[in-house]
Design a protein around this ligand. Structure first.
Ligand SMILES: NC(=O)c1ccc[n+]([C@@H]2O[C@H](COP(=O)([O-])OP(=O)(O)OC[C@H]3O[C@@H](n4cnc5c(N)ncnc54)[C@H](O)[C@@H]3O)[C@@H](O)[C@H]2O)c1
Length: 434
């Protein structure tokens, strides 16, 4: 099939590359010329494991192209996949301006045979609204399918090639069948629903996972108060198949480009439809509190942070990505500097993106050793493998004081107890002070 993909972000690029990998002819389109120029040279503008290899092999096979000119790709496309951003608007609702612009762009080069697939995360009713908009502009009936995406950054390729499920929402059976055909080589379970149910499945899934994270974080806070260990508690809970083991890692809260905005957008949808949904309000409130927890603990330990040198290990919102959107490191860095701390941060891949958001109010180190040198305390913010594999005892030798606030429970009790002198403050379990 000939497929056009609008938007070469984490979702559009991963989707385009994987669709070409399973034999389709894919043209990816973006309004960002710099991205397209990089991609044409086989360079991925985002860090995503395995992506560049597939990019190179499918470009070499002549199945994957990049352009900024929509008309080049749309005229011949059997399917047009829309994966532009839907960031958070000021009132918490999803900002649909990129999607509306994309719809306007599409309508001038579209043919009536093409099926338009909305992969971007959009509030219930958006597919209907976009369909009407394109039909008004193009002057003919269009075929639309809602196909929300569930990939995780950091494992986007694997998640696409081995998805748990593919949701296909449409009122038009023929179009739904065409999208099933597009995905058939993946051999993944496909669920056909109405358009509105498909839109809701995406939000309901993300809000549920975010709530699971806030739930275990609140359990962690309670564990600290009563002397239990949240890692053991989560293990014991997760073995119950009704609960499941995923998303039970206590820490400093969720971040990233999806959970924060999607939970708020669902709450907004509930509000405008007269449904209160207090559970989501609590999910958000717990997360806000949790993001500041390491600073709260450091303040309690030191009494004040003025002049203290604090090393932050990890900046990205999670490991294996350079994405800084809604990363807990942002409020942590800002609050630490507000209290007068001198902050030095290290991240294996997200430093340049972090600098654009946090700026030069903190310093950026080129290595863990450089970041922790003479530090009064280390804050573990992202659980990169490099961080988890630290020789803790050796790291402490470089620090002024052997104090670690671990926001991701990265270290084993054994490795901590092996240190000569240490103050170790994990999440949801007793501190270890030697
Ligand atoms: N990132 C994730 O992990 C993830 C997972 C599932 C779903 N989603 C959803 O998928 C959508 C895309 O997310 P993302 O993280 O890939 O976004 P992104 O911001 O990384 O990328 C969006 C891309 O769209 C391009 N774009 C904007 N307007 C355009 C237009 N008119 N024509 C062509 N290109 C245009 C931008 O230049 C950008 O490169 C969002 O709705 C998001 O909520 C994201």
């Amino acid at each position: 099939m000939k497929i056009a993909v609008l938007g070469t972000g984490y979702v559009g690029l991963s989707t385009g590359v994987c669709l070409s990998q399973i034999g389709h002819y894919v043209t990816c389109i973006d309004i960002n010329e710099q991205k397209i120029n990089q991609l044409r040279q086989g360079i991925s503008p985002i860090y995503e494991p395995g992506l560049e290899d597939l990019l190179a092999s499918n470009m070499a096979a002549g199945r994957l192209h990049f352009t900024t000119t929509l008309a080049d790709a749309l005229g011949e496309a059997d399917i047009i996949v829309v994966a532009v951003g839907t960031p958070q608007g000021e009132d918490g609702a999803a900002d649909l301006s990129y999607l509306v612009q994309a719809a306007k762009d599409i309508s001038s080069s579209l043919t009536p045979e093409s099926v338009i697939v909305i992969k971007s995360t959009v509030p219930v009713g958006t597919n209907d609204f976009i369909k009407t908009l394109i039909e008004d502009l193009s002057g003919f009936p269009v075929k639309m399918v809602s196909n929300p995406e569930f990939l995780r950054q950091g494992s986007a390729i694997e998640d696409t090639m081995k998805a748990d499920r593919i949701i296909i929402g449409s009122e038009d059976a023929e179009s739904a069948e065409k999208i099933k055909d597009m995905y058939r080589p993946l051999n993944v379970p496909m669920i056909l629903t109405s358009t509105r149910s498909a839109e809701m499945i995406k939000y309901a899934s993300n809000a549920f996972l975010a709530t699971k994270i806030s739930y275990i974080n609140e359990i962690a806070n309670l564990c600290e108060a009563v002397g239990a260990d949240v890692t053991d508690v989560a293990k014991g809970m997760g073995k119950d198949q009704r609960i499941g083991e995923a998303f039970l890692n206590a820490g400093i809260g969720y971040g990233g480009s999806c959970f924060p905005k999607d939970v708020k957008a669902l709450l907004h949808t509930a509000g405008v439809n007269g449904v209160k949904f207090p559970l989501l309000k609590e999910t958000i409130a717990i997360n806000e509190y949790q993001r500041e927890l390491l600073v709260t603990k450091a303040l309690k330990r030191f009494g004040g942070l003025k002049g203290r040198k604090i090393a932050m290990l990890g900046l990205a919102f999670k490991p294996e990505t350079d994405d800084m959107r809604e990363a807990p490191s942002i409020p942590i860095a800002r609050t630490l500097t507000k209290y007068g701390a001198e902050v030095v941060a290290y991240d294996p891949v997200a430093t340049e993106n972090a600098r654009k958001i946090i700026g030069d109010t903190i310093k950026y180190a080129g290595s863990i050793d450089e970041a922790v040198y003479e530090a009064d305390a280390v804050l573990i913010v992202t659980e990169w493998k490099e961080v988890k594999n630290i020789d803790v005892a050796a790291m402490l030798e470089n620090m002024k004081e052997p104090i670690i606030f671990d926001g991701r429970n990265c270290f084993t009790e054994e490795s901590i107890r092996g240190c000569r002198a240490i103050e170790y403050y994990p999440i949801g379990k007793p501190a270890i002070i030697i």
